[in-house]
Design a protein around this ligand. Sequence first.
Ligand code: GCW
Length: 676
Amino acid sequence: AAEDGLNAWLRYAPVQNSSYRSLPSSIIALNATKTSPVYVAGQELQKGIKGILGKQLPITNGTGRDSSIIVGTLDAYEKRFGEFDKAEDLEEDGFWLSTEGRDVRIVGQNERAALYGAFEYLSRLGQGKLSAVSYVSNPHAPIRWVNEWNNPDGSIERGYAGPSIFFKNGAVVDDLTRATEYARLLASIRINGIVVNNVNADPHLLSPYNISGFGRLADAIRPYGIQLGIALNFAAPERYGGLPTSDPLNPSVITWWTNVTNQIYKRIPDMAGYLIKANSEGQPGPLTYNRTLADGANLWAKAVKPYGGTVMFRAFVYDNHLDYTNWKNDRANGAVDYFKHLDGKFDDNVVIQIKYGPIDFQVREPPSPLFSTLRKTSTAIELQVTQEYLGQQDHLVYLAPLWKEILEFDLRADDRPSKVKDIISSQRFNRPLGGSAAVVNVGTNTTWLGSHLAMSNLYAYGRLAWDPSGDSVEILQDWIRLTFGFDRKVIDTITEMSMKSWPAYENYSGNLGIQTLTDITGNHYGPNPASQDNNGWGQWTRADKKTIGMDRTVKNGTGNAGQYPPAIAQRFENIETTPDNLLLWFHHVNYTHRLKSNKTVIQHFYDAHYEGAETAQTFVKMWESLKGKIDTERYNRVLFKQIYQAGHALVWRDAINQFYYNLSEIPDEAKRVGNH
Ligand code: GCW
């Protein structure tokens, strides 16, 4: 049963359906050299059809007499069958799938695209989607990566599913089975890059021994069409290379990085590129040497350029020793303040990787204003599948609806439609690159993320990276069918739990845009509203006896609202047009301030915390109603989590409500909170 966890949505559980009898009788993988993605596609089709239909199809070269499932690249297909009339419609990484006619045909623009098409076909079979179809599917953006904050000792920063599948004792592990299995899962959701080490990067990972370790890792994931990326430590020239400086304009530093890069590409010719966290949370960076962030990014951009590599440069630059006594200070201003004047100064193969909101993966944030600030720079959005502030996989929080809110947000740059999804795809500002990265942090746990239900988030991430217009419920239900089967009640129940989960978590953690009120100085888990304020981290609530919220207006506050294009700036500047769910993000108000719902802020707090915690109680009963419809092992594991969440939601409710009651001394109209 551990297999169910490991295979996740690729279980290939049997499906009974008589109309499958008309299936082709062999598989032809065109021009497949061993370990190529097309070869893997052939193997995967064989395995999947065996599982789903109980039929063992031979992989042949094709006799021409029998019907076949044909999979291959556009080139190989045309060589074999002549000109292909859909060729023009295929973009990079795109595929064509046709189940019309005698054969099933899967044609990829490149090798990995052929594999994507094979997985798509298997996903349809596995969900009982039998109608004859013929369509092209192209990606919304070229960069569809995951980041894994893995340290060489095997620990994972903000990972909640056990130690690393990649590293142990300072080096890449010998047995890379799990790395390959992970690549398989990721390829099925069309992810094409993995940055395997923590952005708080260990400079010693650049040793020749570790470069050969990276090489083995790259070999382990390459058959799935996935490229390896490496996170760098800016100060490696000093900390590992023995140079007196890491100044990005110093010739010896440039030579040093160029040499390291050449060594890496010698071992890994298709290395995807570098990811860099610089001048952030104590990490060194170009600013340490009075150079610009662009000077740093461009140094690596030039080193990887000859190999077609990309530099992902994180926008998560801020001062974590902000003076909290100054009400004009605002961590949320950091990204725009640091990057605005650099627009147009980055090389073409640099992509600025921007967290979805201006602070840090909170339960609710507006989109980062940097998305609409950078017009001459490529950008990507950074999301978290690992639930750092969102219950760390002990709480069910289905994240697609949160991501969709950001991706569909129209920033109105130059008063024109400017949805975040069209900015990061490179379309809106006509940039060469763009896309998304999600911090996933899988571990050795057989469920990958530490929770069976949390895997809907990884699945949804891949789906939305490929097509951000996808619908949260449709994506979820595809995942449920593939993971748990077709039973109507199973589908409806998990759908209801998942769709209620983010609003519930928001209700019992931090609502009205006040942020997730976790302990912010430590593990980011559990309630601790007092920890937000009076320190340099800048995740302030500004709560006192009478008032609460960050004043981010231009007229009176930190000016953050003014970082958005005019139409949006106006909306947030103005308390009447700021939506209730972001009220305390942008405004500092009395607890007695009336919301659009006509409730006071404090009463909304009390009520929402009761409501959210109540919803979490119902998840237990909902899950229990599935007993007998889900295998015992997964049933019990999920039940355990739901019972835990129900209890912890009460802890959240009471801790937060009591805290604001003690502070404000305003009674709860329903008389639940207080000293009775
Ligand atoms: O959310 C914060 C985390 C840090 C993390 C940092 C970042 C990798 O608490 O653990 O460091 O963000 O994104 O760089």
